[in-house]
Design a protein around this ligand. Structure first.
Ligand code: MN
Length: 242
């Protein structure tokens, strides 16, 4: 029997302790029966650099909880999202997780190919966001941003949010959905995986794509909030939503 868990868009922050409690509850309840855990981005509401581990007790608490799970229960793989794109190797090492920085990654779960992504790269209709995404994925931009003291980075991030009029927590209405042609293109590039799991859009659903004679099931994870935690479970080849 094999059981793999997928979660995304927890948007953890010290201001929303219920969600962090929900993560701890999931780790506690699933640990014994889980073969692998995949976190598909936006674990944190924001991440300004791995030195948050020193400065922010909440960040440290989450890293320690993941490290304990990875040590005692199952390996954890983390894809950064659009809010925690600065998660780096130090966090990965201290949280005991494997960090995947590609836009999408194809894994095998007992010989079943599964494609994983955060999902933001597929929102190609949002031109302003795609421009931002290119900028923050640039190694030089990252090095320069991370060289500033954490207090200054915090200030800059707050200022950027004020300017964009973005509220603390985005609803699905604020996030564009994926572009279907971009999805088809990715599935083609990845040689038509029968299963594709992503988050980001806050539009939990199961879509079926028929492309050039192939069928791909695309499962979209829900964002977590005070009332809801969501995971997709792949158990002996069957997909379930919990
Ligand atoms: Mn996202």
């Amino acid at each position: 029997m094999s059981r793999t868990l997928f979660i995304s868009d927890l948007h953890l922050s010290a201001e929303r302790p219920e969600t962090t409690r929900a993560l701890r509850a999931l780790l506690d309840s699933q640990g014994a029966q889980c073969d692998a855990l995949y976190i598909l981005g936006d674990l944190f509401e924001y991440w300004l650099g791995d030195d948050m581990l020193d400065a922010d007790p909440h960040a440290r608490e989450v890293a320690d909880a993941l490290a304990a799970f990875a040590r005692d229960c199952a390996p954890v793989t983390l894809l950064p999202g659009n809010r925690d794109f600065l998660l780096g190797e130090r966090f990965a090492s201290e949280a005991g997780v494997r960090l995947v920085t590609q836009e999408a990654v194809r894994i095998d779960v007992h010989a079943q190919p599964v494609l994983l992504a955060h999902g933001d790269a597929l929102c190609t209709d949002d031109l302003a966001y795609q421009q931002f995404r290119r900028q923050v994925r640039d190694a030089e931009w990252r090095a320069q941003f991370l060289a500033a003291p954490l207090a200054l980075r915090t200030q800059q991030a707050q200022e950027a949010r004020r300017q964009s009029g973005e509220h603390k927590y985005q609803s699905a209405a604020d996030i564009m959905d994926v572009n279907r042609e971009a999805v088809a293109e990715l599935l083609r590039e990845q040689n038509f995986p029968p299963l594709f799991i992503h988050g980001h859009t806050h539009r939990p659903a199961h879509h079926t794509h028929h492309i050039e004679g192939h069928i791909c099931h695309r499962w979209v994870l829900a964002a977590w909030d005070d009332a809801r935690a969501h995971a997709i479970v792949l158990e002996d080849g069957e997909v379930r939503s919990i």
